[in-house]
Write a protein that binds this ligand. Sequence first.
Ligand code: BTN
Length: 271
Amino acid sequence: MLKNKPDVIDEKRIREYLQTKWLGNTILYAEKMDSTNNRAKQLGEQDTENGTVVVTGYQTSGRGRRGNTWVSPEGNCYFSILLRPEVMSDRVSMITLVSALALTKAIKQVTGLDAMIKWPNDIIVNSKKLCGILTESSMDQTGIRYVVVGIGINCNQIEFSKNIAGMATSIRLETGKEISRSKLFGTFLNIFETYYEVFLETEDLSEFLEEYNNLLVNRGKEVKIIEKDKERILTAIGIDEKGGLIVKDGQGRKEMIISGEVSVRGLYGYV
Ligand code: BTN
């Protein structure tokens, strides 16, 4: 899948870019893993500290949303963050949107690409998917035990399997260049820490509404809302402070779409 050997990504190089207070104090790097989310969840079950990150350049059993496989060849960036937020358990899905925002900003900063967000959390460049986010959590009767935010960024991949070829892209394909994955990863952690701290203060997305909505790729456009037993065409307006997508029908009647319950597609393809 790769023509040249990719840049080296390791803890030492990542630390060259890291300016965080607590995020990434512990970085667990391995050249190859089954899934960084699996590893981070194991750590979540132990006493591993908040802000630990797990990173690799190659996954053998990468996982995506809705039980999909996340094909993870060498040369991309795969990582997971272990968080122990002291917020109500119904706030977990908001962390995914905070991550999408930080990721979009980091990608713009490091690559110059005009990255946008397909609600709730796909990062899109030129109508194709560049990154995916899989947030998993564990709760008990007292609340959240841990949250794992897993992110896959297509960095150096130049070929995709037939079923996703028209829908996926990479930084290499979009810029024609190879970027430093350590720089991108370090930059993301710096931005994420700042955004996440704001989220912990407000416990909602109120501080991010304008920024998120300006990055929403479907904003003001018709989208297909795919529910269990029906499909509807509605216009996307933006998110509210809880992270739901506000849509309206032809009569201007508004409703809220909740992440996880439906799938949102553009009318002419993925975006
Ligand atoms: C999606 O379906 O869009 C989400 C993909 C998330 C993939 C990342 S790669 C790092 C982390 N480890 C995994 O097994 N999955 C996530």
